[in-house]
Design a protein around this ligand. Structure first.
Ligand code: SIN
Length: 493
């Protein structure tokens, strides 16, 4: 493979007991005794085994969360904040250990994994600060008629089921666990089957810093549908927070309706990245590289459609294609590699088939476009132009290092194209004209817009989408709100 660096990945330290998961403060095997093998996508070799949790295990995790709920909710916010702050520090102290595990089970480069550790740890710091301010959330006053008093306060919504994807094995768990704990909710975390190891290490670290038994329970399983179905059928679960595909999100919303459960859904995206003629091209090429290749393109905020205004299209394409071609691909654990393996065979095959479909229908491939043979689920950085109307890549979330590039003439045209999708998660605009930047950001129906930057993710910012991209926000002040209920008391003196 061109630009490929290969060397064996070092075996990562697990940092938690293998084949066990934490339920109610004890590390236990699956009730069936069965395990799931977790493999490294760069080497296709097994790294470790985790329990193949059953419905019985899922319900045991829920029991543990329910038992711990009242005492955790009664724990003073400052004590909860101190624990979250301790978690923040402990994760950073073990930055290399976390990063090695993320790379080994997910495939991203060590540099990106370290960035994910910082990002993930940041949620614990952010929500530690928020927990300290929880007492400010209430109100007290006299009702407008002057007859009696109103008191409004916040309380935890209750035990929460957290379901995380494989693409950010630490950050997605952190983004859900930290606000849940800050709010006073106990949790059952169900990590993705492909990448459960980082979640287990996170649970171990939380245990070590003193988070009480039963507050964070983890169920690893290869039978997600039944285990999640059983947990959600139990009316004691009051919250579900899910990050994953829109298709699964819709099914979970239907299930959540049964018990009128509080829901947060962070679902699929189809992010447009727009470069206007007046953009700073260095900044735009850099932003597009990050928005496209961060996490190997396996992110719901990845630039899925790159729109170039006619005046800069040729120059941008030349510079961007050179950068894509020069990207070093290989085992993410190897120093200097810039793009690691995709998460599994299914993902690599899906990306390859989207490219083959587009090219067979007439698209031009400027670089990449051929899946290498050999070990590991690699796909090269690829740039496609002249993409015909009937190509699947126009509509689908690529989730890989493939840039689908389109040309546009006017602002009006590009806004219409950007909004012409059922999704509305992230979007990116590159222009030096501030008025245009803000006008276009306002006109794009998406939860997030990056202006002259290719990354919007930040623990302090509300992450989430409109339309089929989901409901609710994670991070920011909204992220805590998602785990709180409002309680109003009318007081006659
Ligand atoms: C995601 O892809 O689901 C999350 C990406 C991020 O938090 O930056």
């Amino acid at each position: 493979m061109a630009n490929t660096t290969t060397a064996p990945a070092p075996a990562p330290a697990l940092g938690f007991p293998e084949k066990l998961m934490p339920i109610g403060g004890t590390w236990v095997p699956a009730a069936s005794g069965d395990t799931i093998v977790v493999s490294n996508p760069a080497t296709e070799k097994a790294i470790a085994e985790t329990p193949a949790g059953t419905v019985q295990d899922g319900l045991a995790a829920l029991d543990a969360a329910c038992q711990a709920q009242d005492s955790w909710a009664a724990t003073p916010p400052r004590v909860r904040a101190d624990l979250l702050d301790a978690a923040y520090r402990a994760i950073l102290e073990r930055r290399n250990e976390f990063a090695a595990l993320i790379t080994a089970e997910m495939g991203k480069t060590l540099t990106e994994a370290q960035a994910e550790v910082d990002y993930g740890a940041g949620f614990f710091r952010w929500f530690a600060e928020a927990a300290n301010r929880l007492h400010l959330e209430g109100q007290y006053g006299i009702e407008p008629g002057g007859q009696y008093r109103l008191a409004v306060s916040k309380r935890p919504v209750g035990p929460a089921l957290l379901i995380t994807p494989w693409n950010f094995p630490l950050a997605m768990g952190a983004r859900k666990i930290a606000p849940a704990l800050a709010a006073g909710c106990t949790t059952v975390l169900k990590p993705a089957e492909l990448t459960p190891l980082t979640s287990l290490l996170l649970a171990k670290v939380l245990e070590e810093v003193g988070v009480p038994a039963g507050v964070v329970n983890v169920i690893t399983t290869d039978n997600s549908r039944e285990v999640i179905g059983a947990i959600m059928a139990d009316p004691r679960v009051r919250k579900i927070s899910f990050t994953g595909s829109t298709q699964v999100g819709k099914a979970l919303l239907t299930q959540a309706a049964e018990n009128v459960m509080n829901t947060s859904m962070e679902l699929g995206g189809n992010a447009p990245l727009i470069v206007f003629d007046d953009a700073d091209l260095d900044q735009a090429v850099e932003g597009a590289m990050v928005a496209k290749l961060r996490n190997g393109g396996q992110s719901c905020v990845a630039a899925n459609r790159i729109y170039l205004q006619s005046g800069i299209a040729a120059e941008f394409l030349q510079r961007f294609t050179e950068r894509m071609t020069a990207t070093r691909v290989g085992d993410g654990a190897v120093h200097g590699v810039e793009l690691g393996a995709l998460v599994d065979e299914k993902q690599a095959a899906k990306v390859a088939s989207l490219v083959e479909d587009a090219v067979s229908k007439g698209a031009t491939c400027l670089t990449g476009g051929t899946r290498p043979g050999g070990i590991g689920y690699y796909y090269p950085p690829t740039v496609l132009t002249d993409i015909p109307e009937n190509a699947d890549i126009r509509e689908e979330e690529i989730f890989g290092p493939v840039a689908a590039v389109y040309e546009f003439k006017t602002e009006e045209d590009v806004v219409r194209a950007a909004n012409g999708t059922p999704y509305g998660l992230a979007s990116y605009v590159f222009t030096k004209d501030l008025a245009r930047a803000l006008r276009v950001a306002d006109a794009i129906d998406a939860g997030m817009t990056g202006i002259n930057r290719g990354v919007v993710s930040n623990p302090a910012a509300p992450f989430g989408g409109t339309k089929a991209s989901g409901l609710g926000r994670e991070g920011g002040t909204e992220g805590l709100e998602a785990y709180l209920e409002t309680k109003y008391t009318g007081i006659e003196l």
